[in-house]
Design a protein around this ligand. Structure first.
Ligand SMILES: Cc1cc2nc3c(=O)[nH]c(=O)nc-3n(C[C@H](O)[C@H](O)[C@H](O)COP(=O)(O)OP(=O)(O)OC[C@H]3O[C@@H](n4cnc5c(N)ncnc54)[C@H](O)[C@@H]3O)c2cc1C
Length: 219
C-alpha cells in the first residue's frame, strides 16, 4: 500500500468578491439602520466598519462570508466541526477507500519531512525524513495502521468498516463556509495559545492571510 506523509494546508475561496467589495456590501447593509446610505463614498466603509466592530454591532458583519478548504488531520476537523453556525463538507471515510494512497498529516512538532513509502519497506527516503526515536515510533504506527486497513479491505471489509483502524493523524479534506462574525469567533478560540498545536498551525497563518485580505475586521 502506498503511504504518503504530508504537511497540512488550506486554500481560501472569497466566493466571487474581493475583501473590499464585501466590506462595502456590509457598509450598505449597516447604513440602512441609520438611513445614511447617502454618505457612502469610495472609502467610507473603513470608518463605518471600525464603528460597527467597536460597538459590537456585529450582526452586520454576518452579511459577508468566505470559505476555506483545509487539508488536515481528523483530530483537527473533529475540533472544527464543533462550531455550530458554519456549513461543512468533509471527505467521507465511509465512501472513500484511499485507492491510490493513504495519507497522514505530519505532526507540527515533529521533524519529519514529507515522504512516501510502500508498507514497511525501509528505504533511503525514510532514513532522510525521520530522525528521532519518537518520530520513528509515530511513522511506524501510521504504516502499521495503513497496512492493517488495506488488509481488511483485501479481506472483504468495506471502507466504512476498515476505517475503524485508522488514527487521528489520517489526512482529511473539509470545506467550511461561514460569515465574518463566526470567523472572528473561530480565530479568537483557534488562533490562541490554548488551542491544540495542529489547530494553531493552520489558524494562525489563515488569520494573518484573511486579515490582510479583509482589513479592519480580523485585526
Ligand atoms: C482550547 C479549547 C479546548 C476545548 N476542549 C474541549 C473539551 O475538552 N471537550 C469538549 O467537549 N469541547 C471542547 N472544546 C470545544 C468547545 O467547548 C466548543 O464546543 C467549541 O469551541 C465551539 O465554540 P462555541 O460553542 O463558543 O462556538 P460556536 O458553536 O462556533 O458558536 C458561536 C457562538 O454562538 C453562540 N451559540 C451557538 N450555539 C448556541 C447555543 N446552542 N446556545 C447559546 N448560544 C449558542 C455562542 O455565543 C457561541 O460562542 C474546546 C475548545 C477549545 C477552544
Amino acid at each position: 500500500v502506498r503511504i504518503k506523509f504530508v504537511k497540512p494546508s488550506f486554500e481560501i475561496d472569497m466566493l466571487g468578491q474581493t475583501g473590499i467589495e464585501k466590506l462595502k456590501h456590509i457598509e450598505k447593509i449597516a447604513r440602512l439602520c441609520y438611513k445614511t446610505e447617502d454618505k457612502i463614498t469610495d472609502d467610507s466603509y473603513e470608518k463605518l466598519i471600525k464603528h460597527l466592530i467597536k460597538l459590537d454591532h456585529t450582526a452586520m458583519i454576518e452579511h459577508a462570508n468566505f470559505a476555506v478548504k483545509f487539508i488536515a488531520n481528523r483530530a483537527f476537523t473533529h475540533e472544527l466541526v464543533r462550531h455550530r453556525p458554519p456549513s461543512f463538507a468533509q471527505e467521507s471515510q465511509r465512501y472513500v477507500g484511499y485507492g491510490d494512497a493513504i495519507e497522514f498529516i505530519i505532526p507540527s512538532w515533529s521533524g519529519i519531512k514529507p515522504f512516501e513509502c510502500d508498507g514497511y519497506i525501509v528505504n533511503d527516503d525514510i532514513r532522510l525524513a525521520v530522525n528521532t526515536v519518537a518520530d520513528r515510533i509515530w511513522v511506524n504506527s501510521m504504516i502499521g495502521a495503513a497496512s492493517d486497513y488495506k488488509q481488511l479491505l483485501d479481506n472483504g471489509w468495506k471502507p466504512e468498516q476498515a476505517r475503524d483502524v485508522l488514527p487521528n493523524a489520517c489526512k482529511t479534506e473539509i470545506w467550511i463556509t461561514t460569515n465574518f462574525r463566526e470567523w472572528r469567533h473561530i480565530f479568537k478560540l483557534r488562533d490562541h495559545h490554548t488551542a491544540s498545536p495542529q489547530m494553531r498551525e493552520l489558524m494562525e497563518l489563515l488569520h494573518i492571510r484573511v486579515a490582510g485580505m479583509i482589513p479592519g475586521v480580523f485585526d
